[in-house]
Design a protein around this ligand. Structure first.
Ligand SMILES: NC(=O)c1ccc[n+]([C@@H]2O[C@H](COP(=O)([O-])OP(=O)(O)OC[C@H]3O[C@@H](n4cnc5c(N)ncnc54)[C@H](O)[C@@H]3O)[C@@H](O)[C@H]2O)c1
Length: 262
C-alpha cells in the first residue's frame, strides 16, 4: 500500500529535474499522475513511462502554464483523463532564472511573474474549484526557493516571485479554510536537475563537491540536493503525514539558509 493510493496528482514542468522526480515519487506511492510541460518529447514520454512502471496511470499534458488560458487547458485535459484532481504541484520554471538588475526589462519581468506568480495562483484557484466540488479536500504545493529568503546578485525578479509564493500559500490556506485543502510551499536549496543516467532513477548525478566547493563550505549537510529530497517533502505535504501543515513553507536546503553569515 502506498501513501497516495488512487490520488490524482498534476505536476507542472515535469519533463525533467525536480518536477520529474516529484512525478516519479508520487507514482511510486500509488498516485495517478499527470505530467505537464512546455515540451512533449522522448524525454517527457520516458518520464511518464517510468511512472507507469509503478502500476499507476500517467498522462502527459503539454502546455504553457504561464497564462490563465494555458492553466485551464492543462487542468481541463488532466481532469478529462483522471476524473478530478487531488494534488497540484506548481513547479514549472524557465531556464534563464537570473537576470542582472539593469537588464531586467518589462518583457523579462512579465515572463517571470506570469509563470511563477500568475500561473501558479490561477492553477491553484482552478484546481481548488474542482477540489471543493469533489468535497474531498486536496493539496496545493508551490515550489519556492532559497532565493525568497536572501538576495543574491542578479536574482531579484526570481526572488520576488518566489517570495510572493510564500505569501500566496498563506492566503490560499486562509481563503480555503474549511474545505480540507492545504496550500504550502517548498523552498529548495541547490538541487541537481539533470536527467539521470538510468531512465528509472529519480535523481541525476549528484553535484561534484570538487567543482562546487561552496556546497561543502556553506551548506551544513555538505552536499547538493537531489530531486528526491524535494519529492519526499512533496510526499509529506500531499499525504496524510502532512495534513496539519497549512500555509507554510518548508526549506529543503541542507541548512544553507540557516548557515548564512553576516
Ligand atoms: N534546481 C534548483 O536548484 C532549484 C532551487 C530552488 C528552487 N527551484 C525551483 O524548483 C522548480 C523546479 O526547478 P528545476 O531546477 O527542476 O527546473 P528544470 O529547469 O529542471 O525543469 C523545469 C521544467 O519546466 C518546464 N517549463 C518551463 N516553462 C514552462 C511553462 N511555461 N509551462 C510548462 N512547463 C514549463 C521546462 O520545460 C522544464 O522541463 C522551479 O520552480 C524552481 O524555481 C529549483
Amino acid at each position: 500500500m502506498g501513501l497516495l493510493d488512487g490520488k490524482r496528482a498534476l505536476v507542472t514542468g515535469a519533463r525533467k529535474g525536480i518536477g520529474r522526480g516529484i512525478a516519479l515519487t508520487l507514482a511510486k506511492e500509488g498516485a495517478n499522475v499527470g505530467l505537464n510541460d512546455l515540451i512533449d518529447d522522448g524525454t517527457t514520454q520516458a518520464s511518464a513511462e517510468v511512472c507507469r512502471q509503478s502500476g499507476v496511470t500517467a498522462t502527459i499534458h503539454q502546455g504553457d502554464v504561464s497564462s490563465i488560458a494555458g492553466v485551464n487547458a492543462v487542468i481541463d485535459a488532466f481532469e478529462k483523463e483522471h476524473g478530478g484532481i487531488d494534488i497540484l504541484v506548481n513547479n514549472a520554471i524557465f531556464p534563464d532564472q537570473s537576470r542582472p538588475f539593469f537588464d531586467t526589462d518589462e518583457a523579462y519581468w512579465d515572463r517571470m511573474m506570469n509563470l511563477s506568480l500568475k500561473g501558479y495562483f490561477f492553477a491553484g484557484q482552478r484546481a481548488a474549484k474542482s477540489m471543493v466540488a469533489q468535497g474531498t479536500g486536496g493539496s496545493i504545493i508551490c515550489l519556492s526557493s532559497v532565493h525568497s529568503y536572501v538576495a543574491m546578485r542578479d536574482w531579484t525578479a526570481y526572488g520576488v516571485a518566489k517570495m510572493g509564493l510564500r505569501r500566496m500559500v498563506k492566503g490560499m490556506a486562509v481563503d480555503l479554510a474549511g474545505t480540507g485543502i492545504t496550500a504550502n510551499c517548498i523552498a529548495p536549496g541547490a538541487i541537481v536537475n539533470t536527467l539521470p543516467a538510468n531512465d528509472d532513477d529519480v535523481d541525476g548525478e549528484p553535484y561534484d563537491l570538487e567543482e562546487r566547493p561552496h556546497l561543502r563550505e556553506r551548506v551544513p549537510s555538505q552536499r547538493g540536493g537531489l530531486p528526491s529530497d524535494i519529492a519526499n517533502a512533496v510526499l509529506y505535504l500531499s499525504s496524510s503525514l502532512g495534513s496539519y501543515v497549512n500555509g507554510e513553507t518548508i526549506l529543503v536546503d541542507g541548512g544553507m539558509i540557516a548557515s548564512s553569515t553576516l
